[in-house]
Design a protein around this ligand. Structure first.
Ligand SMILES: [Zn+2]
Length: 233
């Protein structure tokens, strides 16, 4: 878009911080306070072992402002947040020095895509690919509209809920694929999708999400009253 077009859009819709909603200057949708205070993960905590994945990496904990921001992104129509999220994710990819040839994403079902109007993981994957100069392609489609993972309780239930719901739409023998999603909880969804990519010939599959849930909240800093700041995911 032209500079003039950009400036006009800024006047009509002043850019706001994707995390706290304060007005921000420039095109970056993050304010200095949030940038300094996000629940970011130390490099060694960004990595998680999930079956079928070489590794899964995430820059943030899914908690506090991140949880609320992602909720607006997925359910409140705040699609523009993909820009700042992808920037954080590309930074994490760089920190972890993962060697990949192709970026792809965990797709929504057609029904949910129609309802939401955009595929939140696709927006992230395409922007991460743009920022890193990698190609981005759809590789999977959803074969049925299973209930949302957030409505399931146990890890076992989550695994059953996603079994057989993806199929590959292209072949990619020998490729090192980066599979993008917004959040990782137990890893059941990413694992199921990565398994399909490996079956279709991928050499390795890496996971990249904006946020991960806290497995061991005991490690997270707490308020003086002893309550965890990050216990609300
Ligand atoms: Zn902010």
């Amino acid at each position: 878009m032209s500079d003039l077009g950009d400036r006009l859009l800024d006047l009509l819709y002043p850019p706001k911080c994707a995390f706290c909603g304060k007005l921000v200057r420039g095109r970056r949708m993050i304010c200095p306070d949030c940038e300094a205070g996000l629940p970011t993960l130390a490099p060694e905590l960004q990595r998680q072992d999930i079956s079928h994945l070489a590794v899964c990496v995430s820059p943030l904990y899914y908690t506090g402002v991140v949880r609320h921001s992602l909720h607006r992104y997925k359910f409140g129509g705040a699609a523009a947040y993909y820009r700042v999220y992808a920037e954080l994710m590309a930074g994490c990819l760089h920190t972890q020095a993962l060697q990949v040839d192709l970026v792809t994403w965990v797709p929504l079902s057609r029904k949910r895509l129609r309802k939401r109007g955009y595929d939140q993981a696709r927006l992230l994957a395409e922007e991460v690919a743009r920022l890193t100069g990698l190609p981005c392609e759809p590789t999977l489609e959803k074969t049925r509209n299973n209930p949302a993972q957030s409505g399931t309780s146990s890890a076992e239930e989550r695994q059953k809920n996603v079994q057989g719901v993806y199929r590959t739409v292209t072949s990619f023998a020998g490729e090192h694929i980066l599979l993008v999603d917004d959040i990782v909880t137990t890893g059941a969804t990413l694992s199921e999708a990565a398994g399909m990519l490996l079956d279709a010939g991928a050499d390795e599959v890496f996971g990249l999400t904006l946020a991960r849930t806290v497995r061991n909240p005991g490690n997270i800093r707490t308020d003086s009253n002893g309550e965890s700041k990050y216990a609300d995911f």
